[in-house]
Design a binder for this molecule. Structure first.
Ligand code: AMP
Ligand code: MG
Length: 345
């Protein structure tokens, strides 16, 4: 059987039936969502879900998100939903928003890493939605990448690391958002952002009047610290090369710091916004987009992080961005890519 489906320039979603059947019967499917590509399996079948952990090399205590396509699926897997949780889902679904809810007994332990809660998302990407409809069960789908690597936002970036580990591949071109969903857990009536994404703290606050940003979003976790989301503990998004993040609200100051830092190395690579590139006199540069368009930077960031190792740089210096809106999500990913090596001026 041909295991590759090209939907980059086609809207013939009826072809997704094959992939839906593969998921239902316990196989693994690589598929696009509006955030990043997912590595999907039947979320109610523990043996299928186990294959995801093995394919990614993911730690067993790092739970998966279940993807649904309608509210009747929600009530099979979650219970005791509060008014605030309901309001958040109604506002942000379908879309790049994940909510942590109390789970029901049909959700296998392996999905939640043994927790009594489960992460749930209703994606808006058309391919994801149709695929889940055909599978007609909640689809467990972490980001499509080997654990620790940048998430996949197009098929060619992840083909080598995942193609021989999956039963089917759906190519939907580049993902629209480019960073993973916002993850929220409501604690004592207040939405806590455990992972920032396209849905910003400001938007969440508008719905329920309050929001809390978990302190670990931009900060390292001590080895014995208790966290609300196991994923926060792990090394993430990192190229093999040594990376450092530099940011100042004062653009000139940031440029100067990066110029000085670059001089200390033999083969530095600089990742910057388009506007600042002309100030850096180095052989290797990657431009992640305009500093006035954080959506564009979010869309490019994982793809750019995947490019750096081929230049064999002795340092990768990355310009930070303003933590506004999706900027907070970009900084959260970059800080981890740099393993908390962050110069804030
Ligand atoms: P990924 O699958 O790569 O998009 O990562 C999913 C993220 O959601 C990880 O950071 C997980 O730790 C987090 N997550 C999933 N389920 C839960 C849960 N029940 N409680 C807290 N965090 C969760
Ligand atoms: Mg991931």
């Amino acid at each position: 059987m041909e295991k590759y489906l090209d939907l980059k320039n086609s809207t013939d979603y009826s072809k997704l039936k094959v992939a839906g059947d593969i998921i239902r019967s316990g196989g693994l499917v690589l598929f696009p969502t509006e955030t990043v590509y997912g590595l999907g399996a039947n979320g109610l079948d523990k043996n299928a879900v186990k294959k995801i952990y093995i394919a990614k090399g993911r730690k067993q205590d790092n739970p998966l998100i279940l993807h649904i396509s309608n509210f009747s699926m929600l009530h099979k897997i979650a219970k005791n939903i509060s008014k605030i949780e309901e309001a958040l889902m109604k506002t942000f679904w379908p879309g790049p928003f994940t909510i942590i809810l109390n789970r029901t007994d049909i959700v296998p332990d392996i999905v939640t890493g043994g927790l009594d809660t489960v992460g749930i998302r209703m994606p808006s990407g058309k391919i994801a939605k149709e695929l889940i409809n055909y599978a007609n069960i909640p689809v467990a789908a972490p980001s499509a990448n080997i654990s620790g690597r940048p998430s996949g936002t197009n098929i060619s970036d992840i083909f080598d690391e995942l193609s021989d580990k999956v039963d089917y591949i759906i190519d939907g071109g580049e993902c629209e958002v480019g960073v993973e969903s916002t993850v929220v857990r409501v604690v004592d009536g207040i939405p806590n952002i455990l992972r920032p994404g396209k849905i910003s703290p400001e938007e969440i606050e508008k719905v329920v009047g309050s929001v809390k940003i978990d302190e670990h979003i931009l900060k390292n976790i001590e080895s014995n610290e208790k966290v609300l989301s196991p994923g926060m503990k792990y090394r993430h998004y990192a190229p093999k090369s040594n990376c450092v993040l530099v940011y100042s609200e004062n653009n000139e100051k940031m440029i100067k710091e990066i110029q000085e830092l670059a001089k200390k190395y033999v083969n530095p690579l600089i990742i910057s916004c388009n506007e600042n590139a002309e100030y850096y006199d180095v052989e290797h540069k990657i431009l992640y987009g305009s500093k006035d368009n954080l959506n564009e930077i979010a869309q490019n960031i994982f793809k750019d992080l995947r490019k750096v190792d081929e230049f064999e740089p002795d340092i990768v210096i990355i310009e930070g961005v303003k933590e506004d809106g999706i900027g907070l999500a970009i900084m959260n990913r970059l800080i981890r890519a740099c393993e908390y090596h962050y110069i804030k001026l």
